[in-house]
Design a protein around this ligand. Structure first.
Ligand SMILES: [Cu+2]
Length: 269
């Protein structure tokens, strides 16, 4: 009981100190964890134009030919890499985010990701990441972890923060064999970049992408292009739908206590 009282006092004191400096609870992303609202935004993301075709990779020209050719989707030493998932004019795995939301639900596990380098491929291929909180930076762990799942195959995860045509290295970690892993949390120092790109320096066709979040309000579209973001406090927001190999579109959405609608069309050039 005494411990709990002391704990509450310590928290209150910390909050009072935080309030006095004016940075109470605002994290490195400029977001303040508070409580969720009751509003939601739902809709779908459509594709206009012709999206980039799958890249046909000739695995015989790379390293570890025999092993990498055992990928479940490989056929006769060739593997198709799909950078834009779409069907029936709808985009799957597009990321929808609320741009200018400063306070709301807690982050929880949103933006924490583990990638597996497996069968000379990366899973997941599309996800979200975020900058670390001060605590995570101190702990240097917990936000981003990469594990090699391939026995006796050297993978070399190379992470980049991408902005337009330029990209900067965040980390570059050789992982010699199955079970070797790297926690790269401390390297997640983003500026204005919105796109995280992960590649293997040993097998360049191993690629994955992620949207860099500034707040925990996001959704990823399903196979039919649909999405829903929940727990939004009432307000007027800029909402963006994004697919790194198609483009993005931003519209203004007014959210009340219930469900607001937002439909996007991304144009492939
Ligand atoms: Cu590799």
């Amino acid at each position: 009981m005494k411990k709990i009282v002391l704990g509450v006092m310590a928290v209150s004191l910390a909050m009072a100190l935080g309030a006095s400096t004016g940075f109470a609870g605002t994290d490195v992303n400029g977001y303040k964890e508070g409580s969720a609202g009751t509003g939601s935004i739902s809709g779908s993301v459509s594709l206009k134009g012709t999206a980039m075709a799958p890249i046909i990779e000739d695995l015989s020209k790379g390293k570890n030919v025999e092993f990498c050719s055992k990928h479940p989707e490989a056929k006769d030493g060739m593997r198709a890499r799909v950078k834009v998932l779409h069907a029936g004019g709808k985009i799957q795995n597009a990321v929808v985010i609320i741009e200018d939301l400063k306070t709301g639900k807690p982050w929880g596990d949103i933006g924490k990701t583990s990638w597996d380098f497996k069968d000379c491929d990366i899973f997941p291929k599309m996800t979200v990441v975020r900058r670390h909180s001060k605590e995570e930076k101190k702990a240097k762990s917990g936000l981003a972890k990469i594990t090699n799942q391939d026995t006796d195959v050297l993978h070399n995860p190379h992470g980049y923060a991408v902005k337009g045509a330029s990209r900067g290295t965040l980390f570059n970690k050789p992982l010699p064999s199955k079970g070797s892993s790297a926690d790269v949390t401390k390297t997640f120092k983003f500026k204005k970049e919105v796109h995280f790109f992960l590649q293997c320096d040993q097998h360049n066709y191993m690629e994955a992408d992620a949207r860099i979040l500034k707040n925990p309000y996001y959704a990823m579209t399903a196979a039919d292009g649909s999405f829903k973001i929940e727990g939004i406090p009432a307000g007027k927001y800029k909402v963006t739908a994004w697919q790194p190999y198609v483009g993005e579109s931003t519209i203004e959405v007014t959210v009340g206590a219930g469900e607001a609608k937002a439909d996007f069309t991304l144009t492939a050039e």
